[in-house]
Design a binder for this molecule. Structure first.
Ligand code: HEC
Length: 114
């Protein structure tokens, strides 16, 4: 068996044709969006009276997952997070909004023993 340049070129064309055919395969045709399985709620935060303030103060710089994917934190830890956002990242969060934000975070993303 010999590999002439000519032979290799035909093999190359064969693979290219196969690739084009695979790409053209209409495998997603007919997929119903209603069947798509999404993780339960990846982009949202728990809804309660405090959520509006979080929307206003916490989502300027990053998505909700930064909050929702944290392990349950104690109150002091959430306080420290909010302080970090303000001090380290210069988040424009008014001082009087902080307790409400921390309450929301502890209520919804806190450890059960607070
Ligand atoms: C001024 C921009 C800004 C605002 C506003 C902001 N953050 Fe952040 N946040 C950041 C940055 C920057 C990071 C770090 C991103 C990284 O490390 O990739 C971060 C990360 C986080 C993290 C991940 C843990 C960590 O410490 O890195 C949490 C939780 C978080 N923010 C919560 C909040 C909450 C709650 C609020 C509202 C009270 C808030 N952020 C508002 C900029 C902001």
């Amino acid at each position: 068996m010999h590999h002439s340049p000519r032979h290799n070129r035909w093999v190359g064309i064969g693979f290219a044709t196969l690739a084009v055919r695979l790409l053209a395969e209409p495998e997603f045709k007919g997929a119903d969006p209603a069947d798509w399985k999404l993780p339960s709620e990846p982009f949202t935060l728990r809804e309660d009276g405090g959520l509006a303030a979080v929307r206003e103060n916490c989502l300027l710089c990053h998505s909700t997952e930064y909050i929702s994917t944290q392990p349950p934190l104690k109150r002091t830890q959430w306080e420290a997070e909010v302080t970090k956002m303000r001090v380290k990242f210069a988040a424009p969060i008014p001082t009087n909004a902080v307790p409400g934000l921390v309450d929301y975070l502890v209520r919804n993303y806190g450890t059960t023993n607070r």
